[in-house]
Write a protein that binds this ligand. Sequence first.
Ligand SMILES: Nc1ncnc2c1ncn2[C@@H]1O[C@H](COP(=O)(O)OP(=O)(O)OP(=O)(O)O)[C@@H](O)[C@H]1O
Length: 253
Amino acid sequence: MSTRSASVAEPVLRLRGVRRAFGEHVVLDGIDLDVAAHEVVALVGASGSGKSTLLRTINLIERIDDGEILLRGQDVSDPRVDADDVRARIGVVFQHYNLFPHLSVLDNVTLASRLVHRVPRAEAERQGLELLASIGLADFARAFPDRLSGGQQQRAAIVRAIATGPELLLLDEVTSALDPELVGEVLALVRSLADGGTTIVMATHEMAFAREVADRVVFLDAGRIIEDAPARQFFEAPREERTREFLARFLAD
Ligand SMILES: Nc1ncnc2c1ncn2[C@@H]1O[C@H](COP(=O)(O)OP(=O)(O)OP(=O)(O)O)[C@@H](O)[C@H]1O
């Protein structure tokens, strides 16, 4: 478990009473969550419990029906706020299809810096090459993504997401589509970002990952937070019966 301490300053992210329904189906049912600067929060829960929807609401891909989403104190769920401005402040990596196949790996990594943040090409490429070198992929900078393994692609997608220095990094099951032997390299990268102070909210089915990397684990069930606890406590002494059942089922699989 990480030893980083949470800041007492204003949270990077604050959710208040976040609700989202699809028709009659309430998928997020009053979510309250604070994420402090440098904190790493893992969202866990059964399939369909609302983890991805929650991440998508934070990134404004999914609009909420009720409640508030504050990014460093700004209510970004206000429909008058420009979603593109908010997304420029948040890095996101999904399970699948993160890299643009028709762009080189370096162009993928530098695209947002150049287009959204207006960093001059030479400077963006210098930074991009540095990032690719940091994950051992400098030699693939000019290659297209299909030359990379799934794990290498996900790592490139993760450095692309942090290339613009986002205030918050959202990771949605970034290892789920990978062959087991490729999972470790992606986890190692996320761990190093966590240790470097990146603020992360990640949905994961990998309990070992949540346990090792997250400061806090938030257990969702049917769109509600059942337990929100420091990672060690969550796994070693969960308070809620439903958490114990979830973990027992998980260990039995
Ligand atoms: N656009 C949508 N329209 C209708 N229902 C949706 C939509 N998006 C999500 N849902 C439903 O919301 C529920 C929560 O889905 P979500 O993907 O957030 O769960 P999850 O916890 O991330 O699941 P998984 O672990 O399988 O990824 C599911 O029942 C899903 O079918």
